[in-house]
Ligand binder design. Structure first.
Ligand SMILES: *Cc1c(COP(=O)(O)O)cnc(C)c1O
Length: 428
């Protein structure tokens, strides 16, 4: 008799190449079903999806409301070219989103994922200056940032082992630290020095996700944004990860005193059900492309731009997100995270613990024993899987980004397992 689970694994290994994975040493778990905060493998084992499947799932897996809406749309119109044509789901989605955004965002430009949403924003910023007859081609970005894996997005993200093979092909970016009380004046000075060449400042607001769930204060970011604006440096706010409730407010922008010129969305945009990217911009940006001369247009597009099914999923996800009960869940998760931070802050194995809305991060103290801890990430990953929890540590940082539908019981179970792990994986 063939074990179903082993069969899937063998067939997968024969044909599939997985993302961010050394295939020689990797193991994969075949998942055959999702429901709420859980995913189930082929053996029927249940895992709590504590990272929302790479930060995308907002309302739980296989949500019946989203499934029904997308299914209906599938019989109505599955896809149509978005150049020269439009359709109701894209119109309705842009209308609703632009109204919800706490900034002066006036136009929506669709693509397929977070990286392309960033590429579009970068091209808008650079061509904005070009169309004005004052070309600028430098980008300002944060150290430890992450904006995607395409060449443009890689160029403005932190450089590391992953990007090393491509370094000669990446364009030069001006990197600065995230702002705080001590460095804010120095950062403004860097903006002053480069303002003639700076097309834009691109940043992840409040939380730098892939960089290790690093957090910074809204007030200093707002201050830096205001300074960029005064220097005519366009602001691109990458809310691909933090958008749609992650930081406790609908958007990170709700916590900032200053508003961006462009915004990027993906991940939670469709509630995590379908790929969709979105770049929004203010009227000021749009107007510089709006002209009798054809060459002033933004020549960018993807085959599946504004796919009707993905737009419908996004509309359904928005309905769920705006429910009073969902908003209460977001506040509840934020509150429980906050309490857990206070509980483990003094633990000797905790170097630092922090939370922002529904995002929680715990950095392991690894001391000098780096050899013992060189495989900490993998050991923690396996430890949590054995406890029925899907967590994917970033180096020595364990983080939680749960779907908003997660139960208090499951959340408390995860906290308890983290405390158990803190006891099990000790550096001293
Ligand atoms: C994940 C991410 C991206 C890239 O999105 P993809 O859909 O994976 O291409 C861009 N910016 C931020 C902040 C992200 O977290």
């Amino acid at each position: 008799m063939v074990d179903a689970q082993q069969d899937w694994i063998a067939r997968d290994h024969a044909v599939n190449w997985h993302p961010y994975t050394q295939m020689k040493t990797a193991t994969v778990i075949p998942i055959v079903k999702g429901e709420g905060a859980y995913v189930y493998d082929a053996d029927g084992k249940r895992y709590i999806d504590a990272v929302s499947s790479w930060w995308v799932t907002l309302h739980g897996h296989a949500h019946p409301y989203i499934a029904e809406r997308v299914s209906k749309q599938l019989y109505q119109l599955e896809q149509v070219i978005f150049a020269g044509f439009t359709h109701p789901p894209a119109i309705a989605l842009s209308e609703r989103l632009l109204q919800l955004l706490p900034s002066r965002q006036a136009k929506a430009f669709y693509s397929d994922n977070g990286s392309t949403a960033v590429e579009v924003a970068l091209k808008m910023a650079v061509q904005y200056a070009y169309n004005l007859g004052q070309p600028k081609n430098k980008i300002l970005a944060f150290r430890n940032g992450y904006h995607g894996d395409t060449f443009g997005a890689m160029s403005v993200s932190a450089r590391g082992r992953w990007t090393a093979p491509f370094h000669d092909l990446l364009f030069e970016t001006i990197f600065i630290d995230v702002p705080n009380q001590d460095n804010i004046e120095a950062l403004k000075h860097i903006v002053d020095q480069h303002q003639q060449q700076l097309a834009c400042f691109l940043y992840e607001p409040l939380v730098q996700g892939a960089g290790g769930m690093l957090m910074h204060e809204a007030s200093y970011l707002s201050s830096l944004m205001a300074h960029c604006r005064a220097c005519n440096v366009l602001l691109i706010q990458d809310e691909v990860f933090v958008g749609f409730g992650r930081t406790g407010t609908l958007f990170a922008a709700n916590q900032l005193a200053e508003q961006p010129d462009m915004m990027c969305f993906s991940k939670g945009l469709t509630g995590g059900t379908m790929p969709l990217g979105l770049t929004t911009c203010t009227q000021k940006i749009y107007d510089v492309f709006y002209h009798d001369e054809k060459s002033r247009a933004l020549f960018h597009g993807h085959s599946f731009t504004a796919n009707p099914l993905a737009c419908t999923a996004a509309l359904a996800s928005l309905d769920l997100l705006l429910l009073e009960s969902t908003q209460q869940n977001i506040q509840k998760i934020s509150q429980l995270h906050h309490e857990f931070v206070a509980t483990v802050r003094e633990h000797r194995q905790v170097r630092q613990v922090r939370s922002c809305g529904t995002i929680l991060a715990i950095e392991w103290e690894i001391g000098q024993e780096s050899s013992y801890f060189s495989d900490l990430q993998q050991r923690l990953y396996v430890f949590f899987l054995e406890h029925g929890i899907l967590l994917r540590p970033l180096g020595n940082t364990v983080y939680l980004v749960p779907p908003y539908s997660i139960s208090e019981e499951d959340l408390r179970y995860i906290y308890a397992c983290i405390i158990e792990a803190l006891k099990e994986f000790q550096s001293t």
